[in-house]
Design a protein around this ligand. Structure first.
Ligand code: ADP
Ligand code: ASP
Ligand code: MG
Length: 834
């Protein structure tokens, strides 16, 4: 069975459709091959009566509009006309076995076009009729070609020039059909052309004075609904180049999804607010007859597309069906204390705009009545402002009205869906998504029908806003732009983990990660689309010079809703950027301790930037690598517990050394062994000095609300004073100096049945220390294994027995996992399903 019949006749017993109307858009008729494909679809249709309404070949109407403009402005138009003529002749030759008749017709039509353009260029001010005749010529040409081809293939088709029967009147609301005259003219035409199949030109019509006209740009959808009604069709199939109506414009939101079904009301709202896929007036004739409209993809006829009818979607996935974005708008506001409570202000505003023939896209008035804002088309913005200034001259002079302001560069984003009516929280979700994507809302409107919420925003934010709201309604995954700094051991492990997890994150958790930038100390790789976290490929490409300014700009330029910097370096200069990033709304995730334990002033700047912008700063991996240390502390504090003390083993290296050290080998030998195994920093003094442990303690102290710095921590360094300033090699050679004091400490501990452990301790009063301690053999810290970290929280609730977090606390894999879990928590906070 052919695809067309298959999609329509899913139930085998369904009777044959009596009359089916089809409309083909320009993209379906772009060249001879596509026209042939359209003919295949039409010839395979089993409806008893069939009408096929056609647009102009792709790009033709734009070319005709440009030709009209060129002629009236005195510019050259002949070469463009010649190209258009040639394209149609070439198509005729490629499409038809006997092209002569069609070519003759094309020549006549193009001759007419040349006369019209010639007249226009002489007159310079052509009448509306001449222009309308020029604009509508594309449909006459394309329908001629399709008709000739169908007839050649044996189809019994009549050819109807819509200008012969369709009569319309132009009003403020667009072209209105004179049904009575049109039906009478069609009936008369049918007496001469009784064929069961008819080709009809879209877009064109005749006005009440009998002059040729058009239904307005994109109007052949409307033509199709009108003719479907005049022929009493049972269904109308509108064929385009997308899988039906999508949840948003696919050129702006590549993740947009095709909608299975929608109601006329939803389709009207989407079309009115600019979804180009269907002309807004199409629904009127369809609603009147209850005619179902099927939006289909010519290039995928086996796909059912979107059904638009009175019922709409029986199983809607959520309250919002689709989103639209309209641009080239302006916001005109009338503001003044003198407007409060004055009846009739809104009426005067609209009367003034109406008198100036300005159409209002959106209206917003606060209940204080202090201001009324209207969104209008940018081309009419100045006229709108002048109209309001004239209408309120008296109030402006008397200062009851402070002024009429005008803002250009505005777009309107609208969310549409029948399910929004009566569902609380839809607006909240939309505004929340916009706030998180750092989009400022200039005006808001919700229709009383509750089927539409519209916001006016700056056009510069429009694409980002659309994607953020699309993601918020589950229409697409949460899309997050990532910049990873420091592809060292932890950074590489993280990128590998992300790459592996990506498919699962997308499908199960609606999280979509896009790697936008990768920076090492000296190189920067910028990714234009950041399609996936394919970092190995990225590193093969030539880098730019490392620049954090460039990285920031690239991240902020993205239209993706959220941006995150993951700092896997250990650099202080990267940490110095955090306040700036957070203030700009970029989230920061890091295992780098420089910020958490660095200068208090910078730490406070980070906190205040974060509080101001709402961006998040997460650093779970700074303490205990992947262990949930900071999140546990946060949970304790956030649930109202009081911290009494934190004690712990925070260094995997020192844990390993003291777990092993039993006096059978000198301590220095163990240090060398640990160094060889890669358990220590390249310079083991970084571990032995206790500075790293002290940093972690400062991070935990600050997390607990204490304003302390590294200098406030009492640190017992294990490095003998004589080796502290030596170079690294000299230090390694002189390691034996560690042995005697360590041996003595061990013996002293043993004499009290204790073990030695390097312990960090924070007390309630802010006292912080890291030191070698003697602990009874029964102590939890005496039973750690290998490089385990252990953090013990004593709180008001956990006072008899502390809450202990223990496990491996070092290594690239677990540290990267700690960073990853921060990223997931962030995604959840941004609305991902976790
Ligand atoms: P045709 O020439 O077939 O009438 P149009 O170009 O007028 O086609 O309309 C189809 C185009 O509309 C699609 O290719 C798509 O880019 C755009 N479009 C905008 N918004 C939507 C949407 N919500 N759903 C589907 N397509 C949309
Ligand atoms: N060809 C006309 C236009 O481009 C009508 C249509 O395609 O719907 O506006
Ligand atoms: Mg269209």
């Amino acid at each position: 069975m052919h695809a067309l019949a298959q999609a329509d006749d899913s139930e085998p017993s369904k009777p044959t459709v009596r009359c089916r109307a089809h409309k083909f858009g320009g993209s379906s008729l772009a060249d001879a091959a596509r026209i042939r494909h359209v003919a295949d679809l039409l010839l395979a249709d089993d409806a008893s009566t069939q009408i096929a309404i056609t647009s102009a070949m792709q790009g033709t109407t734009n070319a005709l509009v440009a030709l009209g403009e060129a002629a009236t402005s005195g510019s050259k138009w002949k070469p463009a006309l010649e190209a258009l003529h040639q394209r149609h002749n070439d198509t005729a030759h490629a499409l038809l076995q006997r092209p002569a008749a069609a070519v003759a017709r094309i020549n006549t039509l193009c001759g007419e076009l040349a006369e019209l353009l010639q007249a226009s260029s002489l007159l310079r001010q052509p009448g509306r009729t001449a222009l309308e005749r020029i604009h509508g010529m594309g449909e006459v040409l394309s329908t001629t070609l399709l008709h000739a081809h169908l007839v050649e293939r044996g189809g019994d088709y009549a050819l109807l020039d819509a200008r012969d029967v369709l009569v319309v009147r132009h009003t403020d609301l667009g072209a209105v059909v004179d049904w009575e005259q049109s039906a009478a003219k069609l009936a008369e035409w049918r007496t001469q052309h009784p064929q069961a199949r008819v080709n009809i030109t879209g877009f064109v019509a005749r006005d009440e004075h009998g002059l040729p006209t058009t239904l307005g740009r994109n109007g052949s959808d409307y033509s199709a609904a009108i003719f479907a009604s005049l022929f009493a069709a049972d269904e109308l199939h509108i064929w385009s180049d997308v899988d039906g109506v999508l949840s948003a414009d696919p050129r702006l939101v590549p993740e947009a999804v095709p909608l299975t079904a929608m109601s006329y009301r939803e389709a009207c709202e989407l079309a009115y607010f600019g979804a180009k896929v269907i002309h807004p007036q199409t629904m009127t004739p369809a609603i009147a007859r209850g005619l179902p409209i099927l939006m289909r993809n010519t290039f995928r006829p086996e796909f059912a597309g979107t059904r638009i009818d009175a019922v709409g979607d029986r199983n809607p996935a959520g309250p919002v069906k689709g989103l639209t974005l309209g641009g080239d708008l302006a916001l005109v506001c009338l503001e003044g204390a003198g407007l409060i409570g004055v009846p009739g202000t809104a009426e005067r505003v609209f009367a003034a705009l109406h008198a100036a023939h300005i159409s209002v896209v959106m209206i917003s008035q606060g209940s204080s009545e202090h201001s009324i804002c209207c969104v209008v088309h940018q081309r009419e913005a100045d006229a709108a402002r002048d109209a309001l200034q004239d209408a309120f001259t008296r109030e402006l002079a008397g200062a009851q009205v402070q002024g009429v302001t005008l803002q250009t560069g505005i777009s309107v984003l609208a969310a549409v869906g029948d399910g929004m009516a009566g569902t609380p929280g839809v607006a909240a979700r939309m505004f929340d998504a916009l706030a998180r994507a750092r989009v400022n809302i200039r005006a808001i409107a919700q229709g009383a029908s509750e089927r539409n919420i519209s916001v006016a925003i700056d056009s510069a934010d429009a694409a980002r806003a659309l994607r953020a709201v699309h993601a918020a309604f589950w229409l697409s995954p949460q899309t997050i732009a990532l910049a990873v700094i420091g592809p060292g051991k932890v950074g590489s492990a993280l990128l590998d983990q992300l790459q592996t997890a990506l498919p699962r994150l997308r499908t199960q958790h609606t999280i979509d990660l896009r790697l936008r930038a990768l920076a090492s100390r000296s190189n920067l790789w910028l990714c234009e689309h950041g399609d996936a976290v394919d970092w190995h490929t990225r590193l093969q490409q030539p880098p730019s010079e490392a620049s954090l300014d460039l990285l920031t700009k690239h991240l902020l330029d993205t239209h993706l809703p959220h941006a995150v910097v993951i700092d896997c370096s250990a650099s202080d200069s990267v940490a110095a950027r955090y306040p700036e990033w957070l203030a700009a709304g970029i989230h920061v995730i890091t295992p780098n301790k420089q910020a958490g334990a660095g200068p208090l002033q910078r730490y406070q700047a980070i906190r205040s930037a974060q509080a101001h912008s709402g961006a998040r700063f997460r650093y779970e991996a700074t303490v205990g690598a992947g262990l949930p240390v900071i999140s546990t502390l946060r949970d304790l504090l956030d649930t109202g517990d009081d911290l009494l003390s934190i004690e712990g083993i925070f260094s995997g290296t020192l844990a390993w050394l003291f777990n092993k050290y039993d006096g059978s080998k000198p301590f220095s030998e163990l240090v060398l062994e640990a160094h060889t195994l890669g358990y220590t920093e390249p310079d083991p003094r970084d571990d032995l000095s206790g500075a790293d442990v002290a940093r972690k303690l400062v991070i935990l102290a600050r997390e607990s609300g204490m304003h302390i710095s590294l200098s406030d921590v009492e640190v017992q360094s294990l490095v003998p004073a004589s080796l502290r300033s030596a170079d690294r090699d000299a230090f390694m050679d002189g390691l034996a100096a560690l042995d005697a004091p360590m041996q003595a400490a061990l013996e002293a501990a043993r004499s009290k049945a204790c073990v030695l452990r390097y312990v960090a301790k924070l007390e309630q009063d802010g006292k912080a220390s890291v030191a070698l301690r003697e602990l009874p053999a029964s102590h939890a810290f005496a039973h750690l294994r290998l490089t385990d970290n252990c953090v013990s929280f004593t709180t008001r609730r956990y006072c008899d027995n502390p809450l202990v977090v223990q496990g491996p606390g070092a290594g690239p894999e677990v540290t990267a996992a700690g960073v990853f879990s921060d990223l997931l928590r962030l995604a959840a906070a941004l609305g991902a399903k976790l």
